[in-house]
Ligand binder design. Structure first.
Ligand SMILES: Nc1nc2c(ncn2[C@@H]2O[C@H](COP(=O)(O)OP(=O)(O)OP(=O)(O)O)[C@@H](O)[C@H]2O)c(=O)[nH]1
Length: 345
């Protein structure tokens, strides 16, 4: 008898688009439905802060300090194998770094499914709608192309952060995304809120990998979900060599030695260079008693009170394109020394 396979979903989307927000909602939904979800998280920084947002009882495997599609081939397969044999989950969600090329992850999961009882059921891509729109209007660089690729291989597309857009802007971004991927089930969302039946439907249907199809497939209902085969930049690049579309992206991880002033920190964040497009951290402030999870995505800042699980240092990760790590570090050291001086007087 055929062995039962564990469902795998890949959560894709650019940095800060709302993947973790979706992940926590999806996990809650499936847990309440009596299923056992597990998570593989990948972060380019040295710490997994998103993991703090996932409930303790959910088995989690972490691939840190690099991007899945850059880490040595096999790491993801090993993580899948360990989860499947050790935890026996019903579903596994792989949250990739926002800079990951989804094609490579699809490849690795489908390769792994040859020897491990897992089955890739869908790629769910969360799009930061305001960011995509602005990139479309201004600079169509590497980030834009990566977002396009993440959109193209999705079965389910969330056009997220629509609270920050007006009606005509929504139409514009919808038209753009539809043009790139007319096959995915596409939805406007705020804080990645979708009807979970859409995810359940994907589990029933299964995934048709873009690069393995011979051409655009016909599907006769809205969530029918094969992406078109044309122009997949990376589809032909597997095997002989690796091409990474995000060699320009870098991260700086700062471990704080002392608490900093919250207002000074906010001011520092508001003045971050444009090249830093994502930051997050867990911080203690000298002027507050609780700790905070700090988020910065595409110029929006957010602080949430948090009681971290286990021993977590005060740390912040800054991700961007060719920014000066030294400048960020120096500014943070200055903030730390400021609060040091305050403590003395
Ligand atoms: N205004 C607004 N903010 C949102 C929305 N969805 C998510 N956010 C915020 O955007 C920030 C990033 O959300 P995450 O869910 O952590 O994004 P992510 O894609 O997991 O980020 P990475 O793991 O860094 O790639 C957080 O501060 C969220 O609260 C939305 O619909 N509207």
């Amino acid at each position: 008898m055929a062995q039962k396979r564990v469902t795998v979903f890949i959560l894709s989307g650019f940095l800060g688009s709302g993947k973790t927000t979706l992940l926590t909602k999806t996990i809650d939904h499936f847990t309440e439905a009596g299923r056992k979800p597990a998570v593989i998280m990948n972060e380019i920084g040295e710490v997994n802060l998103d993991g703090q947002l996932v409930a303790n009882e959910v088995p989690m495997s972490e691939l840190l300090g690099g991007c899945i599609c850059c880490s040595s081939r096999g790491d993801l397969a090993t993580a899948l194998h360990e989860l499947v044999t050790g935890e026996q989950p019903d579903l596994i969600f792989i949250e990739s770094t926002g800079i990951a090329n989804p094609m490579e992850i699809i490849d690795e999961v489908t390769d792994a499914s040859l020897i491990i009882p897992v089955e890739l059921k869908a790629v769910i891509t969360v799009v930061d709608a305001p960011q995509l729109l602005e990139l479309n209007r201004t600079s169509r660089g590497k980030t834009y192309r990566l977002m396009k690729e993440q959109i193209r291989c999705a079965n389910l597309l969330l056009l997220n952060k629509t609270d920050l857009l007006t009606g005509t802007a929504l139409e514009e971004v919808n038209a753009l995304v539809r043009e790139w991927n007319p096959y995915a089930s596409t939805h406007f969302t705020v804080f990645s809120h979708i009807d979970m039946r859409l995810v359940e439907m994907l589990e029933e249907e299964g995934y048709a990998p873009t690069h393995l199809t011979d051409g655009p497939a016909s599907h006769d209902h809205e969530s029918g979900n094969r992406a078109s085969h044309e122009e997949h930049e990376h589809a032909h690049e597997h095997g002989s060599h690796h091409h990474h579309s995000h060699s320009h992206v870098m991260a700086y991880t700062h471990f704080f030695e002392r608490a900093v002033d919250s207002n000074a920190f906010e001011e520092f964040v508001s003045k971050l260079p444009q090249e830093v497009y994502r930051a997050k951290g867990i911080l203690s402030f000298s002027d507050t008693s609780s700790r905070f999870l700090f988020q910065y995505a595409y110029r929006e800042m957010d602080f949430v009170k948090i009681t971290p699980k286990g021993e977590v240092p005060d740390v912040a990760v800054f991700i961007g394109e060719n920014f000066s790590r030294d400048a960020v570090r120096d500014a943070l050291l200055k903030l730390e020394s400021m609060s040091d001086n305050e403590a003395k007087y």
